[in-house]
Design a protein around this ligand. Structure first.
Ligand SMILES: Cc1cc2nc3c(=O)[nH]c(=O)nc-3n(C[C@H](O)[C@H](O)[C@H](O)COP(=O)(O)O)c2cc1C
Length: 339
């Protein structure tokens, strides 16, 4: 089982940071379904230093999450150090540094994936966060910037040199944003180069893709992002998938065996049919109301409700009702009547 600088996650399947989605309510549900480690969405180091409104909400957690990671973004070692030292993040077990965000507003400030063009700054940044945080520090990387020009191994080596305890590889280039396929041969290259553990991220949406990514990358753990939206139960499925013997899952050539594919379909159906979306959504809302005003909760739940309703017969109705919702009563109405 993966260990990150002495931190022992509950399983080897983690929930990825997803800005706008991985709020404390959603993270708590995923943790209950077996996510071994959860990450906050990215939090601005400078924003923390300048007392930005909104930061505290991003840092809110519930006891369900344990262990838990906070993700910081920024590229000025001094601000990263100060943010890492901030007592508001002392409750987290791990501090992760975002070096993958492709969004122009972030990159143009030298943050997120812009760091991948400057390995010596990666090293310095990791060192600064380690010094400030005093606990394990991890880094989340992409394949590189321009398609076909991988930078990830060099950057991962720089992170390791700076003292990183683990790296996550999302092997898409910045140019690709979230389109195309993740190339987990690049994750495998990182895994075979580093001494610290490596987490594979990208395109895991079910047991089959989980098995493929694990095999292709050789990584120590797998991180799931979009595949968890509306389906916090996916962690239960993937922990099951992870518990099976390799000889049951793979044939002699490393391909997933038909028996395993069939078993996974049965298991997914069983777990999904036990999922009570109404109850999950109510719990989600109730956690958000612990730290957000109702009008913010209504907005935060809009996309989540659509995801909870996805692939149900009410998906369209939920979309329409969500678009028209403006009060917490509207939100509860959708949950009670349509989920
Ligand atoms: C809406 C959205 C928000 C995201 N926010 C973050 C973020 O805050 N920090 C981060 O490191 N990655 C972020 N990502 C990237 C994901 O963590 C992940 O690397 C990517 O979605 C690939 O994994 P997946 O195929 O399992 O979704 C975001 C992705 C999406 C789609």
């Amino acid at each position: 089982m993966i260990e990150i600088g002495g931190v022992k996650p509950k399983s080897s399947v983690f929930l990825a940071p997803l800005a706008g989605f991985t709020d404390a309510g959603f993270r708590g549900l995923c943790a209950q379904y077996g996510a071994g480690l959860t990450y906050t969405e990215m939090v601005s180091a400078k924003g923390m230093c300048y007392g930005n409104r909104g930061t505290d909400a991003l840092l809110y957690t519930t006891p369900a999450e344990s262990p838990k990671a906070v993700q910081l973004f920024g590229s000025e070692p001094e601000f990263m150090y100060r943010a890492a030292k901030d007592e508001r993040i002392a409750k987290f077990d791990i501090a992760d540094i975002n070096m993958g965000c492709p969004v122009r507003k972030i990159v143009s400030n030298g943050d997120g994936s812009a760091l991948m063009e400057n390995p010596s700054l990666i090293e310095e940044t990791v060192r600064a966060v380690k010094e400030g945080f005093g606990k394990p520090v991890t880094v989340k990387l992409r394949a590189g910037v321009r398609q076909g020009e991988p930078l990830v191994t060099e950057c991962a080596v720089a992170a390791e040199r700076g003292g990183a305890d683990c790296v996550t590889v999302h092997p898409r280039y910045r140019e690709q944003m979230y389109a195309g396929q993740a190339d987990h041969e690049l994750t495998a290259a990182v895994k075979s180069t580093l001494k610290i553990p490596v987490i594979a991220n990208g395109d895991v949406v079910d047991a089959l893709s989980f098995w493929r990514v694990k095999r292709e990358s050789g990584a120590d753990a797998v991180m799931v992002g979009r595949g968890a939206l509306g389906k916090p139960w996916i962690f239960s499925l993937l922990n099951w998938a992870d518990s099976l013997e390799d000889s049951f899952v793979y044939d002699g050539s490393g391909n997933v065996r038909e028996d395993a594919v069939r078993a996974a379909a049965v298991k997914a159906h069983e777990i999904a049919s036990h999922f009570d979306a109404k109850r999950a959504a109510r719990e989600h809302v109730s956690t958000l109301r612990e730290f957000l005003p109702d009008r913010t909760v209504v907005n935060a739940m809009k996309l989540h409700l659509c995801h909870y309703a996805k692939n149900t017969s009410n998906a369209k109705e939920v979309k329409l009702a969500v678009a028209a919702s403006s009060t917490i009563e509207d939100t509860f109405g959708i949950i009670d009547d349509l989920l």
